[in-house]
Design a protein around this ligand. Sequence first.
Ligand code: ATP
Ligand code: MN
Length: 175
Amino acid sequence: EGDSGADRRLQTTYQAGGPVMINTILVPTDFSDHAQRALDRACDLARQLGAKIYLLHVQSESSLRTAIKQGLLDVASTDENVREAVSHLIEERVSQTLSAIDSSQIVLEHTTRRGDPDSVISAYATEVGADLIVMGRHGAGFIDEVRAAVIGSVTEAVIRKSPVPIMLVRRDHGE
Ligand code: ATP
Ligand code: MN
């Protein structure tokens, strides 16, 4: 008996009229306060359901831009330095993210991948056999309340591509 995504999917195949089993929850994070709130709600849910959480960060082109903007990277750095600095930065942010949650009774695995966030998130949902994705309605690119009516572009794309249901969390949910 393995614990691969495929095995998990077999265990949790949805049957109409049967109990809805949520054993595996995927939480994609861009380290924004919106995503942090989504993780908080996912932890509450995971505790109640006894589900496991997979926390995923996708390193995209904009991770680099953000790092430069925050003065964490020198524009003149060599490629090697940049790569090292970015992975160090991500590690740091993952630790911050994890230390900010109530981790009692939580089973959590975290991973970083590279690529196009929405494609990677959808593919990873299939890979781990996620039964639910819990994510922010907005993310780090959220500018002001004027744009609050529009959901983030990653969220929108994941909604289109996701193989499983999605729970969207606003940063004021459960304050
Ligand atoms: P936009 O990026 O379109 O300007 P935004 O930053 O406000 O707007 P999204 O990027 O769609 O909105 O972020 C919404 C949610 O998507 C986040 O709260 C997070 O859950 C997830 N997300 C966004 N980017 C990433 C990423 N690089 N890796 C993992 N999850 C992400
Ligand atoms: Mn974004």
